[in-house]
Design a protein around this ligand. Structure first.
Ligand code: AZC
Length: 833
């Protein structure tokens, strides 16, 4: 690497080169300096927010020093890098994570105390970075943590949305969406105004003869938008590696400001064009598992893919390697089909701009990319209309047609005269308008395709991608079961439990080798240990109870069984099953004699999650939960035996309070619909038990922790299709207990019955697609078993401890190592001191 400062002058640099604080005093000095200079405050006007900003800046300095060194080291080592392309990174807060990962939380807490602040209060000043919808975005964030912790040379590439996922408010029981403007004073990003890429849209393709007389294509006359890089440092835990997350922001290209308009006195319209360019990265689309085919979304996708690819190619070209070495230097992972255009863009760069032949280019492309699928839900599978692509990305559409042509020729050769097959696997769906099937394009352009849990990956092979398994053979398809990072989801969210485990195992090594948790099993019968374990759960429940009272006004008894379902609201995730079960419980308690009531195990049912703004059924579910909450919580017949709480604006930082406090959590999707689920892992890691269907990663969690430690219920994936068929064409009767629940709802017990009509009729009249009725009895009975088990606290604790001890498999460290070995073929870059 060339240094900008020549050798004889480096001495002064090296002498003054920045260094990291390592003591409380050094931290205090940095903090006060930032408060007094960067923030222009003093001890007379330093509030908690200023204390937060100062602390964050002090840590940011530390991170950037390591970031710089890491980037230099990775460039020098010249080894293969991974690029993780994701439209979503649901990061949450960064400060606590930074403190823990660099091992300076103690010093920072003590230092803040000396200066008059409590570390928890300072940490809670931070606005969540909520650039994601749910599981897919949070998985990407956990991956970044593990890639840095394991010292992989890895970058994330995403979009710098001005508005992350909306803030949810509940008004009269209804969800209201408030824009989340989060970028003011964000200390964690570094604008790189010098790193820009011009991105083209629209225009036309011109054919011409190149120097060798070959026909070539040039994409011309488009509209140009500029991408500007913003870098976010990602510190590993207990390592010197600090990786990079590069987020692109859109802006009008500087050459683009329309001087004609300006000179003609149309300044306002020239500015409007400017603003139009900025809208590309303005807002995260708030749908989880749903695609709407909006043009602006396609623009976002291309803008981000093109900028990232340009960046990656530029870095590669600096090494002066031959093009065929590209896949030895670079692995690109596609987080779902959202970045599929990157495949087409790389092929365009190679053949149109770099002059490679089609085959040379395509060979490089397919060796470079891997594609992860996260769902089998048909409404989530991306398709873009041909006319839309034709207009926005004319050259890319041509390339897609060519990819399809060569692919179909290959299929025809292998399976001659199977026209049905050709039309089934064609990238182009022959509908009106024609549509481009992005998942098929992603499969054809990648060397590996993976699902996110065993059942899900099997379903991909046997249903959605079956034809492709026949065409390519089974080796292109694989499984990598999801995980979560134990740093955030155990150590940071549950410091007391992490400390207790560390005390028993003789240190915190389990945080970087989670399989070490198995040593805990030796202490399952240790009375004192159990008492400490139980006390930590109690304290965590008290913390949540306090939070609930502060935010909802409802008082809950922390001795009750805390039953939690927090995730995006979706019919397939079946929060409706949960709330119907709660109503059933309510009716049962109301019909009891005082004697019978004495035997009831008190419950707090906690539900939280956002509905996509246009998803009316999901919003109806939220409405019902809130209505049930206001009726049940005020009913003197019930008292503490049942409380129903809706947590407003569920997000990552709230999850960190909720997960450690659950006794039971619900993962109750219709079998075969949930790709993996990841909160199931977080809850079990924190000593909660789960009630769940045989779906997603619940199945592997069961295999690891043992059937006796989980409450499984409901129909199996293999039976779903037949049941659905029977609902529509056989005689279908609603489960009698569920029918009673419907009677109560329709009788107006929870307000205007009309408001909830659609929820009942989707089950009674419209085929009960999600099998709520079929699973209802099993669900209720299983909840009764939960109550019984909870009364035997000793056995419950044994289940809790045993489960945690067996959760080693679900660390994203294991996940990332699997991707590295079986898909990316990259090695860690370990740093010697
Ligand atoms: C989610 C899946 O629904 C969830 O089951 C999985 O745990 C998570 O991805 C991480 O793999 N999928 C999405 O959020 N979105 C899409 C389009 O699949």
């Amino acid at each position: 690497v060339e240094a900008s400062i020549p050798e004889p002058l480096r001495e002064a640099w090296l002498k003054h080169s920045a260094s990291e604080f390592t003591t409380k005093e050094e931290f205090e000095k940095e903090l006060v300096r930032h408060i007094e200079t960067t923030l222009a405050r003093s001890l007379y006007n330093c509030d908690e927010h200023a204390a937060y900003s100062g602390t964050a800046l002090a840590f940011r300095d530390r991170l950037i020093i390591e970031w710089n060194r890491t980037q230099q080291r990775q460039t020098l080592s010249d080894q293969k890098r991974v690029y993780y392309l994701s439209l979503e990174f649901l990061m949450g807060r960064a400060l606590d994570n930074a403190m823990l990962n660099v091992g300076q939380k103690e010093n920072a807490s003590e230092g803040l105390k000396d200066l008059g602040f409590r570390v928890e209060d300072v940490i809670s000043q931070e606005h969540d970075a909520a650039l994601g919808n749910g599981g897919l975005g949070r998985l990407a964030a956990c991956f970044l943590d593990s890639m840095a912790t394991l010292n992989y040379p890895a970058w994330g590439y995403g979009l710098r949305y001005r508005y992350g996922i909306f803030k949810q408010e509940i008004v009269d029981g209804y969800q209201v969406e408030i824009p989340d403007y989060w970028l003011d004073n964000n200390p964690w990003e570094f604008p790189r105004h010098e790193i820009t890429v011009d991105i083209q849209f629209y225009g036309n393709v011109r054919k011409y003869q190149d120097a060798n007389g070959k026909t070539a294509n040039s994409w011309e006359n488009g509209e140009i938008v500029q991408a500007v890089a913003y870098d976010v440092p990602i510190p590993g835990y207990g390592t010197k590696t600090t990786n990079n997350l590069r987020l692109w922001s859109s802006k009008a290209s500087t050459g683009e400001f329309d001087f004609q308009k300006f000179n003609a006195g149309d300044y306002e319209s020239a500015v409007a064009d400017q603003q139009r360019a900025e809208t590309i990265s303005a807002v995260l689309y708030p749908n989880d598992n749903l695609e709407r085919g909006k043009e602006l979304r396609l623009k976002q996708q291309y803008f981000w893919c093109a900028a990232s690819l340009h960046d990656i190619v530029r870095r590669f070209k600096k090494t002066n390697r031959a093009w065929n070495e590209f896949p030895d230097q670079i692995a690109i992972q596609l987080n779902d089909t959202h970045p599929t255009l990157a495949i087409v863009e790389l092929q365009r760069i190679l053949i149109d701009l770099e002059g490679l032949s089609w085959d040379e280019g395509w060979n490089i492309v397919t060796k470079t990319f891997g594609y992860t699928n996260h769902t089998v839900l048909p409404e989530a599978l991306e398709k873009w209309s041909v006319p839309l692509l034709q207009n926005l990305l004319p050259r890319h559409l041509q390339i897609i047609y060519d990819v399809n042509l060569f692919f179909l020729q290959q299929v025809e050769k292998k399976f001659p005269n199977d026209r049905e097959l050709l039309s089934r696997v064609s990238i182009i769906e022959e509908s009106h308008p024609q549509m481009v099937r992005m998942a098929y394009l992603a499969i054809i352009g990648s060397h590996k395709v993976n699902g996110v849990a065993e059942l899900h990956s099997d379903l991909l092979k046997s249903t959605l991608f079956k034809d492709f398994v026949n065409i390519y053979g089974p080796d292109r398809f694989t499984n990598v079961t999801n995980g979560v990072t134990p740093r955030r989801w155990l150590h940071q969210a549950n410091p007391a439990l992490s400390a207790l485990i560390a005390k028993k195992l003789g240190g915190h090594d389990f945080l970087t080798d989670l399989t070490l948790l198995d040593k805990l099993e030796a202490f399952v019968d240790d009375k004192e240990f159990r008492a400490e374990w139980s006390e930590i759960k109690t304290q965590n429940k008290l913390r949540l109870a306090k939070f609930i009272q502060e935010t909802t006004g409802f008082k809950v008894n922390p001795k009750s069984l805390f039953d939690v379902q927090v995730k995006r609201i979706h019919e397939y995730k079946r929060q409706q099953l949960n709330i119907f079960g709660i109503i059933h419980r309510y009716l049962t308690i109301k019909a009891m004699t005082p004697e019978q009531k004495k035997k009831v195990v008190p419950r707090v049912s906690i539900i939280g999650g956002k509905a996509a703004p246009g998803y009316w059924m999901a919003k109806t579910i939220i409405h019902l939960v809130n209505k049930v909450s206001s009726v049940v919580n005020q009913d003197p017949d019930v008292g503490d035996l049942l409380k129903v709480i809706f947590i407003e604006d569920y997000n990552v930082s709230k999850a960190e309070i909720i997960c450690p406090a659950s006794d039971l959590s619900e993962h109750i999707s219709t079998a075969g619909t949930e790709g993996s689920g990841t909160s199931n892992m977080k809850f079990v890691m924190n000593g909660g038990l789960i009630i769940g269907t045989c779906d997603g990663a619940n199945i592997e969690i069961t295999r690891e922790i043992g059937e006796q430690n989980i409450f499984l219920f409901g129909n199996l994936a293999e039976d779903v299709e037949e049941l659905r068929h029977r609902h529509l064409y056989g005689d279908f009767k609603v489960d009698p207990q569920l029918a009673k629940v419907f009677e109560a709802v329709k009788g107006g017990m929870f307000g205007d019955a009309k408001d909830f009509q659609a929820l009942c009729s989707s089950i009674e009249e419209h085929g009960d697609y999600y099998l709520v009725s079929d699973d209802f009895n099993s669900y209720i009975t299983t909840h009764e078993m939960v109550d019984e088990a909870f009364q035997k606290q000793d056995e419950w604790l044994a289940k809790s401890i045993t489960s945690v001890a067996r959760m080693g498999f679900f660390s994203t460290d294991r996940v990332i190592n699997e991707y590295a070995d079986s898909i990316w073929n990259v090695e860690p870059l370990v740093v010697k001191d």
